[in-house]
Design a protein around this ligand. Structure first.
Ligand SMILES: Nc1ncnc2c1ncn2[C@@H]1O[C@H](COP(=O)(O)OP(=O)(O)OP(=O)(O)O)[C@@H](O)[C@H]1O
Ligand SMILES: [Mg+2]
Length: 251
């Protein structure tokens, strides 16, 4: 039997608050199986635990209990096997070198992933085209708009040809045309058998690109279904209505 792209079993993460004795259970016994080639949406209010789940899968955070695998490799005991298989796009300022150009940033990241020489140069130019960055590719990243930086983050996310791409609110800073192109790119990537886990607050986006969505509320998984199955079960017209009827207010 082949391993799924992502598997979690009772995955739990408790954060200890720094200045008090209280704790926050950010993820509470989440069990999830995501197949190869699936576009899987993570939906839930602010503080639901979506980013925590992504951090656990990307090996930057340790689970408190339970376990998780990426393509059959345990994220705690086999981090060396997991890291080349995944790519994370959190966005914001982190991970980009502002004094380097987009092209230089991408070449740097290619080298880190072991992609070198002509292969790297070709892939970098393809990504600059795909994310509409060619015109400004030689300019320093510190002169870019938020949306351009976000597009560069996405290009960086693809440079290592990951099996599993973790996207945390990737269309946040994008204009409508760029967001549409990103959705098309996500669909193309999934058609190549790659798996995409995308956290989003955009229900329209989730409804259109996700094969299945998981609803998380206060760290707990409350539903994992296709958008169509979910709206049918809840007997509402749209995914947004289903979300609003199943998920409580944000914490
Ligand atoms: N480093 C941390 N220390 C303590 N608590 C944390 C830490 N990181 C996250 N939390 C808490 O864990 C819970 C889940 O946060 P998380 O960032 O995973 O939510 P999210 O679903 O990604 O929310 P958003 O939609 O706002 O991005 C929240 O209550 C948050 O305050
Ligand atoms: Mg988040």
């Amino acid at each position: 039997m082949t391993h799924p792209a992502v598997l979690t079993e009772n995955l739990t993460r408790v954060y200890a608050a720094r200045r008090s004795a209280t704790t926050v259970t950010a993820l509470d016994s989440v069990s999830l199986r995501i197949e190869h080639g699936e576009v899987h949406g993570l939906l839930g209010p602010n503080g639901a635990g979506k980013s925590t789940l992504m951090k656990l899968l990307s090996t930057v955070l340790l689970p408190t209990s339970g376990r998780a695998e990426v393509c059959g490799h345990d994220v705690v005991t086999a981090t060396k096997a997991v890291r080349p298989l995944i790519s994370v796009v959190f966005g914001g300022e982190r991970g980009l070198y502002p004094r380097l150009s987009a092209r230089q940033n991408l070449m740097y990241w290619a080298a880190l992933y072991g992609v070198c020489g002509r292969v790297a140069a070709t892939r970098v130019e393809e990504l600059l085209d795909r994310f509409d960055l060619r015109d400004r590719a030689s300019d320093r990243v510190e002169t870019y708009s938020a949306g351009m930086r976000q597009r560069l983050h996405l290009a960086r996310g693809l440079i290592g040809n990951p099996r599993v791409l973790l996207l945390d609110e990737p269309t946040n800073a994008l204009d409508p045309a760029a967001a549409l192109r990103l959705r098309q790119t996500i669909t193309e990537i999934a058609a190549q058998g790659r798996t995409i886990l995308i956290a989003t607050h955009d229900m329209h986006e989730a409804e259109h690109i996700c094969d299945r969505v998981s609803l998380i509320d206060h760290g707990r998984l409350i539903a994992t279904e296709s958008p169509h199955a979910l709206v049918t079960r809840v007997q509402v017209p749209t995914l947004e209505d289903a979300y609003l009827s199943l998920v409580g207010p944000s914490s």
